[in-house]
Design a protein around this ligand. Structure first.
Ligand code: NAD
Length: 258
């Protein structure tokens, strides 16, 4: 789809790779200036250099001082923030274990980035957005925040919290002209998840074929398909949807494929 985002400033966390980078490109192609915010400073710089109008900021979404510095740098360069996309997120990729074996450090790392990070960055970005009296926030959740998932307790708790925080934020910020929605990707093929599908030797893993059989569309999403949903939530045409959870999951959560 096309949307007129010209003149709009979009702040995207975790924009150095995967879904964040694809979203930066998609929104930039529709006229937006992009703040590429990521803990990976080199990656953020590389993505910003690919875009016509962008600023790279290095930040850890868990740190309030980083978020304030990033927001100040954005205001200095662009003078405003119209859209915040809370996309930075992590999960345990290799060592997936039951809750009784789940380490406290890993719990705090995941919940700290995926849930606390949403609060920390929103808190900083909302100062200018509320003063401006209009804006959009899009929080990138997961199907695993809707249905539980074995061996991913911290991620599922953090993403469920994110979805519910979205609703509370929508209630508080609607009267201030700010629409807040979340989007739940299903399975998405990125550099990070490629290993789950193809293993270390690059061969498609039989176990993943079983997993894909639960998805009516039978395949993981491309990052561009997630970015398209995000573009819709940011578009001026989307003017009456807030507190909503948009599923972009190939039908995974529609029901049972048996
Ligand atoms: N890929 C999937 O299958 C999938 C499925 C559902 C939900 N999601 C969600 O989508 C979002 C993006 O995922 P992705 O697959 O593109 O991930 P990714 O790993 O490709 O990219 C995540 C980005 O976040 C950055 N990041 C990590 N910790 C950070 C921190 N503390 N502060 C700032 N930046 C940090 C990383 O450097 C990276 O650039 C995440 O919230 C993820 O949970 C992804």
């Amino acid at each position: 789809m096309r949307a007129d985002l010209s003149g709009q400033v979009v702040f995207i966390t975790g924009a150095a790779g995967g879904i964040g980078r694809a979203t930066a490109h998609r929104l930039a192609a529709n006229g937006a200036s992009i703040v590429v915010a990521d803990i990976d400073a080199d990656g953020a710089g590389r993505v910003a250099a690919e875009l016509p109008s962008a600023l790279a900021v290095s930040m850890d979404v868990r740190r309030a001082e980083d978020a304030k510095r990033a927001v100040d740098a954005t205001l200095e360069k662009f003078g405003r923030i119209d859209v915040l996309i809370n996309n930075a997120g992590v999960n345990s990729m290799k060592e997936r274990v039951n809750i009784d074996k789940f380490s406290e450090d890993e719990w705090r790392r995941i919940v700290g980035i995926d849930l606390d990070g949403l609060y920390v960055v929103s808190h900083a970005a909302l100062q200018p957005m509320v003063a401006h009296g209009h804006g959009r926030i899009v929080n990138i959740a997961s199907v695993i925040g809707v249905a539980g998932f074995r061996l991913q307790s911290a991620f599922s708790a953090a993403k469920a919290g994110m979805i519910h925080l979205t609703r509370s934020m929508a209630l508080e910020l609607g009267p201030k002209g700010i629409l807040v929605n979340s989007l739940a990707p299903g399975s998405v093929l990125t550099e990070g998840t490629k290993q789950l599908f193809y293993g270390d030797d690059g061969t498609f893993r039989a176990q993943m074929a079983g997993f894909m059989s639960h998805i009516p569309l039978g395949r993981p999403a491309h990052v561009e398909e997630i970015a398209e949903g995000i573009l819709f939530l940011c578009a001026p045409e989307n003017s009456y949807m807030t507190g909503h959870l948009m599923m972009v999951d190939g039908g995974w959560t529609a029901g049972f494929m048996f």
